[in-house]
Design a protein around this ligand. Structure first.
Ligand code: NAI
Ligand code: MG
Length: 491
């Protein structure tokens, strides 16, 4: 089979089906990274082969055939593989996703922790028993693995988004056909080797690279896939939900976009709030679904907060992704880079540019950490997800106005409240239409805490014990020990 060596790491470029590397028959990936041009993609026919493999595994060696303890043991072994080869994963993620080394490593560590969390849960999946009024009867609600899942992820956290999906699915006994984003195929190909080395039966985890409209769409429409889990843009999420509805009504979970509000009240610790707000919007080059890109600041402290925020934004080191101290690397692609530059021009027309506003340097897709002041919700930069290092500062007067502005968006992924007034924190938190609310912090997620969106930010939750639910089906088993059944009429 064909392999390539990237940063000293050799990876197979084929499709990973049934624990083997096979040739892909899809169209080549259009990418700027010479290494990824070698990566093979899956045609519709290749998708059928992978789904068949996943189904066969589910019915024979996996699914309810494999004990919870064994599923847990395998998942721990997989996490150990990742830990052993973490440097290789980090090296691939730096070239492929443009991540600064410290953050690429942090992603891997979080991913390993996530797999271990679900490894521990694998033999603790429980249903319930239901007592009935009829003494001759009781019922059991069994939790069974849902079947075959397709999982489609974006390029901003290639391995971490995979861990969030693969962890609960493998713990539950679901077999997987996995599609990485076309911009970041490499680290998942190495991960596939680890799945094999960990000892998983063939067909449990399959990787198909490919473009969204071919490979992704074929997965979303497939008649023998029971569940699809997606992270990415809202328009693509909508398309996947439609495809699922038009085909076999497979169940769908969606983690979509955001325009999350970070609310700074006058009695916040302004210096701490500025630090978290800057981290919350500039982290991962602003390419985070939960980026706190709208920073709502109470008017009475706006002039005090602004210099603190600008100072925090300017303190980040931008540049060489292999430098341990670099905070911000390049944007993922020319498409994204150009899109962000477009928003910067738009912002200069609509609002007040405070700092940044341009390309950073003259090589690569770097963007200056940018702050716009005096933004309001009629502006494009106030409403749309920019997915770049761009903060919009919005003034508010009262608590009620803060809540109104915070919720004035079609998204509802995340929000934050910065205040030392705990009664206020409680009041505001309850009114925010968001799946995550941080108090005096931002962006720090944990595999132990459910994550997902209100409104057009998505369907369902990932992570935590709740994250197992989308991979489980409830089977109600009615136990009857008759014969004295009370019929409404005599039969
Ligand atoms: P996208 O949502 O189109 O792509 C994400 C994944 O979906 C990729 O694996 C892609 O191949 C797949 N996909 C695309 N079309 C599909 C289809 N019809 N059926 C099935 N799968 C499909 O995101 P894209 O185009 O990379 O970025 C566009 C914008 O989306 C960004 O500017 C950003 O605003 C947003 N975005 C949000 C993310 C998040 O984490 N919420 C992640 C990535 C992008
Ligand atoms: Mg797209």
């Amino acid at each position: 089979m064909s392999t390539i060596t990237v940063e000293g790491v050799t990876i197979n470029t084929g499709l990973f089906i049934n624990n083997e590397w096979v040739k892909g028959h899809g169209e080549p990936l259009e990418t700027v990274n010479p290494a990824t041009e070698e990566v093979q993609t899956a045609s519709k026919e290749d998708v059928d082969i992978a789904v068949k493999a996943a189904r066969e595994a589910f019915e024979t060696t996996w699914g309810t055939e494999c004990s919870g303890q064994e599923r847990g043991r395998l998942l721990f072994a997989l996490a150990d593989q990742m830990e052993k080869r973490i440097d290789e994963l980090v090296a691939l993620e730096i070239v492929d996703a443009g991540k600064p080394v410290a953050w690429a490593r942090a992603d891997m560590e979080d991913s390993i922790a996530c797999l271990r969390y679900y490894a521990g849960a694998a033999d603790k999946i429980q249903g319930s028993t239901i007592e009935m009024d009829d003494k001759n009867k009781y019922a059991v609600a069994r939790k069974e693995p849902i079947g075959v899942a397709a999982q489609i992820v974006p390029w901003n956290y290639p391995i971490l988004m995979m861990a969030w999906k693969v962890g609960p699915a493998l713990a539950a006994g679901v077999s997987i056909v996995f599609k990485p984003a076309e911009q970041t195929p490499l680290s998942t190909l190495l991960f596939a080797e680890m799945v094999k080395d960990a000892g998983y039966p063939p067909g449990v985890f399959n990787v198909l690279n490919g473009v969204g409209r071919v490979t992704g769409d074929a997965l979303a429409r497939h008649m023998d896939i029971d569940k699809i889990a997606f992270t990415g843009s809202t328009p693509t999420g909508r398309r996947i939900a439609c495809a699922a509805a038009e085909s076999n009504l497979k169940s769908v979970t969606l983690e979509l976009g955001g325009k999350s509000p970070n609310i700074i009240f006058e009695d916040a610790d302004l210096k701490e709030a500025a630090k978290w707000a800057a981290f919350g919007v500039y982290e991962n080059m602003g390419q985070s679904c939960n980026a706190g890109s709208r920073i709502l600041v109470q008017e009475s402290v706006y002039d005090k907060f602004l210099p603190l925020f600008v100072e925090a934004a300017q303190a980040f080191q931008v540049g060489d992704t292999k430098d341990q101290n670099t905070f911000q690397g390049p944007q993922i692609s020319k498409v994204q880079f150009d899109k962000i530059l477009g928003y910067l021009e738009q912002g200069k027309k609509e609002a007040k540019l405070i700092t940044g506003g341009n390309r950073f340097g003259n090589k690569g897709y770097f963007v200056e950490p940018t702050v716009f002041g005096d933004v309001d919700m009629t502006m494009k930069i106030g409403q749309e997800e920019i997915f770049g290092p761009v903060a919009s500062l919005i003034k508010f007067k009262t608590e009620a106005e803060a809540i109104q502005i915070a919720n004035d968006t079609s998204f509802g992924l995340a929000a934050a409240v910065h205040s030392m007034n705990y009664a206020q924190v409680n009041r505001v938190t309850r009114k925010l239409k968001a799946g995550t609310v941080w108090i005096n912090q931002y962006t720090i997620l944990s595999h132990q805490i459910p994550f997902g969106g209100y409104k057009q930010s998505g369907w369902g939750r990932e992570l935590g014990l709740e994250g197992l639910e989308p991979y489980l089906a409830t089977k109600a088993v009615h136990h009857y020990y008759g014969p004295e059944f009370e019929w409404p009429i005599k039969l």
